[in-house]
Design a protein around this ligand. Structure first.
Ligand code: FNR
Length: 347
């Protein structure tokens, strides 16, 4: 794919995300998850701490700024600068968008480098697709002096994209080689269609120990790509494993993996539910992009403050002082998520 094509595609993804995510959220799989209220929690809000570990990474906040922009010129540089400033302010981990653009064309490096410039000692995570080689993975990590590498799996997005990739053979072998040869941890992520227990098992077998489930219910790349097509291809609009089910698929089949819950996170209650299902942290993409667009950096910061405070409020009501203990609370699971887990034999 030509550099110009890739650049304008990145900008279109941003615009279409803003267009789609401005609509109200319909039913989300987290609506099927309920906590059991505890009337005597015996703690104060100030007793609650929300730091967490994801594999080898220590995170002050359980919220990742998940991969979005990379390549695309001044506009994406400005978005990444704002996100990186916020990451620094709240000591949050931040993943950059796919760096393949900058590996193919050195002029695109600025979009990524700005993230490290703004946040020299924070946790920055590189990002590439599963077509990447070991040499490309090393270059991506070196470009931003990354603390980890994300490899995204986005078969549905590519299929819906008219100019998208049609060759998906060998991805697991390439991931395996990258895991073996990279000095930083590798996180494998979906982009909104969810990770199954079969996929998680394949990844665990080649040494991956962090998975971001990237479930359905948030940003929907089938719909976004459709907005870019002359003739809509609706086949995959409702495709995917909902985030709550995907977390259970991965965590129950591979209990020793660290799991990141991404896909439609909007509130501190969503974060608490994702963690209670087994996540160590959550990733947020669309919500932050929309906030930055509508309300600027101040709006973005107040959203993070809100998410942190809401999470602490929920933990207080449940009598839970730290993230690890949130994974042990009893839950009631109903609706589609209940049926999904039952039919998949997930306890
Ligand atoms: C993304 N996402 C993404 N993921 C990735 O691994 N590499 C990438 O380059 C991108 N690019 C990208 C652009 C834009 C505009 C958006 C909104 C998202 C996917 C992202 O990291 C995340 O997995 C999904 O967006 C689901 O999370 P939300 O948006 O529901 O919080």
């Amino acid at each position: 794919m030509k550099a110009l094509e890739r650049t304008s595609r990145k900008i279109e993804h941003i615009d279409h995300t803003l267009q789609l995510s401005s609509k109200e959220r319909a039913h989300h799989s987290f609506d099927d998850i309920q906590f059991v209220h505890q009337s005597l929690p015996n703690i104060d809000v100030d007793n609650v701490v929300i730091h967490t570990n994801v594999g080898e990474l220590f995170l002050s906040s359980p919220i990742f700024i998940n991969a979005m922009t990379g390549g695309g010129g001044e506009r994406t540089i400005s978005i990444n600068r704002s996100l990186a400033k916020m990451a620094k302010k709240f000591n949050m981990a931040m993943a950059v968008g796919s760096q393949m653009a900058a590996i193919k064309d050195k002029n695109e490096r600025a979009t990524f480098e700005v993230v490290r410039e703004e946040n020299p000692s924070g946790i920055v995570i590189s990002n590439l697709g599963s077509e990447a080689t070991v040499a490309e993975a090393k270059e991506a990590v070196e470009m931003v002096n990354a603390d980890a590498l994300q490899i995204h799996l986005n078969v549905v997005q590519e299929i819906v994209m008219p100019e998208g990739d049609r060759h998906f053979s060998g991805a697991l072998d390439r991931i395996s080689e990258i895991v073996e040869n990279l000095e930083v941890p590798v996180i494998v992520k979906e982009v909104g269609f969810g990770m199954s227990k079969e996929t998680a098992t394949k990844l665990a077998n080649v040494g991956v120990n962090v998975i971001d489930v990237g479930g359905s219910g948030g940003t929907n790349f089938a719909k976004i790509e459709n907005l870019r097509r002359d003739h809509a291809l609706d086949l995959f609009n409702d495709w995917g494993i909902p985030t709550a089910a995907a977390i259970c698929e991965v965590k129950t089949s591979q209990p020793f993996l660290s799991v990141i819950g991404t896909g439609g996170i909007r509130t501190g209650l969503d974060i608490a539910k994702a963690i209670s299902l087994g996540c160590s942290a959550v990733g947020v993409a669309g919500l932050f992009l929309k906030d930055l667009h509508q309300n600027g950096s101040e709006g973005l910061e107040s959203t993070v403050e809100r998410l942190h405070y809401e999470l602490k409020m929920v933990m207080t009501v449940l009598g839970i002082k730290k993230i690890d203990d949130l994974r042990k609370v009893p839950l009631i699971i109903s609706g589609e998520t209940f049926h999904w887990l039952k039919q998949r034999g997930i306890p």
